[in-house]
Each structure stands twice: as structure tokens, then as C-alpha cells.
Design a protein around this ligand. Structure first.
Ligand SMILES: C[S@@+](CC[C@H](N)C(=O)[O-])C[C@H]1O[C@@H](n2cnc3c(N)ncnc32)[C@H](O)[C@@H]1O
Length: 192
């Protein structure tokens, strides 16, 4: 199924989401058997994008999250585009991830950090870098101003974008920034 067909079934934003995802996949150059964690499942759109690129994905959000953006039927969305078998769900809180140090080659947060309680964002950065270990990457996609303005037309209470650099732990990490069509993208790696 091509991206236009996927967009028609999933979301009119899918083309832009895939464009921004492509930028990052090009920068990371991950092997197809990479261990991939998608934090903040929502409607499953980014997990589905990753699955459409051939990756097996573990995705999750807190079981206790009753907000508008959580508890969506991501599995039906994945089913619609024939990618349900490439995505696994496990409930977890990004502030205390139930995964081993270095368990993931890439940890993605697509449109998620600004929805996480500000009080735990520093823990989230620390945890993401811990599970990415020495070789993995942590990638945050946060909405650009134009994207926020669109979101506010349907959700006036949608939060402002977060800057992950405000929550980095005091240890050495490298940062790479990319400008997507829809999102600003921040890639972090633990310094060698
Ligand atoms: C707008 S949705 C993300 C969109 C989603 N990535 C997609 O591609 O459809 C925001 C997500 O952040 C998640 N979230 C909020 N607080 C969280 C936390 N402490 N740990 C993990 N996920 C969290 C919500 O449960 C929700 O799934």
C-alpha cells in the first residue's frame, strides 16, 4: 500500500508525518532488525509509519492515561493498513521504563514530550537515554509553530511544544536538530 492510500485510511497528516520520519530514518540509518521503541502510542500513527518502513516496533503509553490523546484504537488503525503484526503494545510510563539499559537502538517520541507532565520530563529524558545505552538514539518530534496553530483550531487547549534540551540530565550527550515539515526534530545520543 502506498503512502497516499495509507493517508486516506489513517490521517490527512500521514504524508507529513512520513516525510519527517524519513528525515530521521535517513539520519539514523538503522538496520531493519533494529530494536525500536515508540513512546506514546496515541492513535498509533508513528508506530505504523515505522512498521511500514519494515521495522518491528514496541509501542506504549501509561495504562492510567485517560487524556484525549491516549487509549485510542491504534490496533484497528494498524489492521486497516495491514501492519498489525509488526507492532506490539505494552503499557508503561516513560518516567520509569520497564526496559534494560541499552535495550533499544532507537527510542522515538512523536508528538509526545509536550503531553508529558512537566514534573517528570527530566526523568523521561534520563530514562530514554538509559534504555538507548551507548549505541542507541533518542528522537523527539515536537510541533512547529504552524503545526500548533493548526492543532489549536480543533483543540484550543493543546499544549505548547516542549524543548527537550530543557530537561537533559547533567551528563554528556550529543544533539542533532532537523527541521521537518510538521515537527522540529531533536536527536540525542550518549557521548562515547
Ligand atoms: C498526541 S499522542 C502521541 C501521538 C502518537 N505518537 C501517534 O503517532 O499517533 C500523546 C501520547 O503521549 C502519551 N503520554 C503522556 N504521558 C506519558 C508518559 N508519562 N509516558 C508515556 N507516554 C505518555 C499519551 O498517553 C499519548 O499516547
Amino acid at each position: 500500500m502506498d503512502r497516499e492510500e495509507m493517508g486516506a485510511l489513517l490521517s490527512p497528516m500521514f504524508g507529513k508525518i512520513a516525510h519527517d520520519g524519513d528525515l530521521v530514518l535517513k539520519a539514523l540509518n538503522l538496520p531493519k532488525d533494529a530494536a525500536i521503541l515508540d513512546v506514546g502510542t496515541g492513535a498509533g500513527t508513528f508506530a505504523i509509519f515505522l512498521a511500514s518502513e519494515g521495522f518491528n516496533v514496541l509501542t506504549g503509553e501509561p495504562e492510567t492515561d485517560t487524556s484525549h490523546y491516549a487509549g485510542k484504537d491504534w490496533a484497528s488503525n494498524a489492521e486497516k493498513v495491514g501492519l498489525r503484526d509488526k507492532i506490539r503494545f505494552q503499557a508503561f510510563d516513560a518516567g520509569a521504563m520497564p526496559f534494560a539499559d541499552g535495550a533499544y537502538d532507537a527510542v522515538f517520541f512523536f508528538g509526545v514530550l509536550h503531553h508529558i507532565d512537566e514534573a517528570i520530563r527530566a526523568d523521561v529524558l534520563k530514562e530514554a537515554l538509559r534504555v538507548a545505552g551507548n549505541k542507541g538514539s533518542v528522537v523527539f518530534f515536537e510541533p512547529r509553530q504552524e503545526t500548533l496553530e493548526k492543532l489549536w483550531t480543533t483543540d484550543p487547549d493543546h499544549p505548547l511544544a516542549a524543548n527537550p534540551a530543557d530537561y537533559l540530565p547533567g551528563k554528556d550527550v550529543s544533539e542533532q536538530k532537523l527541521e521537518g515539515q510538521m515537527m522540529n526534530i531533536y536527536i540525542y545520543r550518549n557521548a562515547a
